[in-house]
Design a protein around this ligand. Structure first.
Ligand SMILES: C[S@@+](CC[C@H](N)C(=O)[O-])C[C@H]1O[C@@H](n2cnc3c(N)ncnc32)[C@H](O)[C@@H]1O
Length: 390
C-alpha cells in the first residue's frame, strides 16, 4: 500500500495534534471522535461512550484495559440476551420454516454490533508495535506475525490486538486434532480446525483405486492435505485464496516433514497441474456475506465458492476420478439452503453421488441449549459426499 493510500487518524491529545496509521483488521473506517479514557473510567461510562459512537483511546494500565473490555463485553451480552430472547419468543409464535433464518441474521447482526462496540477501545502503539502503557507485555512478535512489520506509530483496537495475541498462542502450542497423531498450528486469520469431526470422515473414506494425484481446495492450515499425504497419496496440490493460509499451510507441512506438498494461491483450482485422481474440498459452510476478510473461511456469499467448485471440478478430474466434498447441513437447518438445491447443483455439474459418510459434531455449541441457534446446531450432520462424473 502506498503512503497516500494508507489510512491515518488525526486527533488532539491535550491540545497537541497527533497523527498515526489506522490499523483495522475488520476494515472499520478510521475513527473521527476520539475520547481519552484511563483507569478512572468506569465500565458503564466506557460502554455508554462506545455505544454513542465514540472511539476510546486507552491511556491507563494495559491489564486494566483488558478488564475494561471484558466488563464492556458483559454489558453487551446482557443487552444481547434481552434482545435475542425477545426474538426467540416471537419466533416461537411463527411457523418453524419462517423462523430460523431471521434468528440467524439477528444473531450475526448482534455479533457485528458487538464487534463494532468493543472495537472502539483503542491503543496507540509505536513503531515495532511497542506499547508505552504500564504493564504492557511485549506485543511485537505476535503483532508482526499477524499484521506484518510496522515502522511507524499506529492506532488499533484492543480487540484486534487480542486476536493477534490469541493466535500467537495457538501458533505456539498448536491445536490437537482427534484421530491425528500431531497438532496443527493455525496462524492469525486462517481457519482454525477447532471442531474437526470431519477428520474421521477423511480417514474413513476409502481411497480411490488410483490415488497418485489429489487436490485439496481451500486448504487453510493444510490439515486435509496432510491427511491425504499421510494416507499415501503420491502428489498433493493444495490451494487457497488467502495468502495467510498458504504461509500457514507451508509452516504445517514443514513441521510434519511433508514439504513436498505443492501450494498455490488460487481462486479455487490450481493451474498447470495434471488431472487429479481425486479432489477434496471443505468449503466455507454457510451461504452468507462475510463482514471481513477473517470471515471468508466461514461464509460463502451466494455459495460462490461451493458452486464454482462443483461447476469446475469435472474439468480437473482424471477418468474414474472422485470428488470428496465436506459439508455440514447446518445451512439447511438454518434454511439458508435446501437439500434439493444442493442435489440440483450436483446434477447441474454432471456429478452423481457414489456414497456419503456422515458424522455428528460434538463441539460445545451443539450442546448449548441457551444458544439461539441450538435447534439447528444440535441436529447438524457433517458429511463427506463422494461424487463422481455422471
Ligand atoms: C472451511 S475452511 C477449510 C480449511 C481446511 N481445508 C480445513 O478443512 O480445515 C475454507 C477454506 O477455503 C478457503 N477459500 C475460500 N474461498 C476460496 C476460493 N475462492 N479459492 C480458494 N480457497 C478459498 C478459505 O480461505 C479457507 O481456508
Amino acid at each position: 500500500m502506498s503512503q497516500a493510500e494508507k489510512p491515518y487518524v488525526q486527533w488532539q491529545d491535550e491540545q497537541t495534534p497527533r497523527k498515526a496509521l489506522w490499523l483495522s483488521e475488520s476494515n472499520y473506517a478510521a475513527p473521527t471522535h476520539i475520547v481519552p479514557v484511563d483507569d478512572q473510567t468506569t465500565a458503564d461510562q466506557a460502554y455508554r461512550l462506545a455505544c454513542e459512537g465514540n472511539s476510546l483511546l486507552w491511556r491507563g494500565d494495559f491489564h486494566n484495559a483488558l478488564q475494561l473490555m471484558q466488563a464492556m463485553a458483559r454489558r453487551i451480552n446482557r443487552a444481547e440476551q434481552r434482545k435475542l430472547s425477545k426474538a426467540a419468543k416471537s419466533a416461537k409464535q411463527l411457523p418453524a420454516e419462517n423462523t430460523t433464518p431471521s434468528v440467524f441474521h439477528q444473531q450475526r447482526q448482534a455479533q457485528a454490533q458487538r464487534a463494532r462496540t468493543l472495537g472502539r477501545l483503542l491503543l496507540e502503539l509505536d513503531a515495532g508495535y511497542i506499547s508505552g502503557l504500564r504493564r504492557a507485555p511485549d506485543l511485537s512478535a505476535a503483532c508482526e506475525a499477524a499484521f506484518g512489520v510496522l515502522d511507524e506509530p499506529c492506532l488499533m483496537s484492543l480487540r484486534d490486538l487480542q486476536g493477534a495475541l490469541g493466535a500467537a498462542q495457538w501458533r505456539q502450542k498448536g491445536v490437537p486434532i482427534a484421530g491425528l497423531d500431531l497438532p496443527i498450528f493455525p496462524h492469525y486469520g486462517v481457519f482454525a480446525p477447532t471442531r474437526h469431526e470431519y477428520v474421521s470422515l477423511m480417514q474413513d473414506a476409502p481411497l480411490p483405486a488410483k490415488h497418485d494425484v489429489a487436490f485439496d481446495i481451500g486448504t487453510g492450515t493444510g490439515l486435509l492435505a496432510i491427511i491425504l499425504a499421510k494416507r499415501g497419496v503420491g502428489q498433493v496440490v493444495a490451494t487457497d485464496s488467502n495468502p495467510r493460509a498458504l504461509t500457514c499451510a507451508e509452516d504445517n507441512f514443514a513441521r510434519v516433514g511433508l514439504s513436498e506438498i505443492q501450494l498455490q494461491e488460487a481462486d479455487v483450482f490450481p493451474t498447470e497441474q495434471p488431472l487429479a485422481n481425486f479432489i477434496v474440498c471443505n468449503p466455507p459452510w454457510l451461504p452468507a456475506k462475510p463482514s471481513s476478510s477473517l470471515e471468508l473461511a466461514v461464509y460463502d456469499h451466494k455459495s460462490r465458492m461451493l458452486r464454482g467448485f462443483l461447476q469446475g471440478v469435472c474439468a480437473h478430474l482424471a477418468p474414474q476420478g472422485e470428488v470428496w466434498l465436506i459439508l455440514s447441513d447446518l445451512a439447511e437447518h438454518l434454511q439458508l439452503r435446501t437439500r434439493e438445491q444442493l442435489l440440483a447443483w450436483f446434477v447441474e455439474a454432471k456429478l452423481e453421488v457414489k456414497y456419503r459418510l456422515d458424522t455428528q459434531p460434538k463441539h460445545g455449541r451443539s450442546q448449548d441449549s441457551t444458544d439461539p441457534l441450538y435447534a439447528a446446531r444440535s441436529s447438524e450432520v457433517t458429511s463427506l459426499w463422494c461424487l463422481t462424473p455422471a
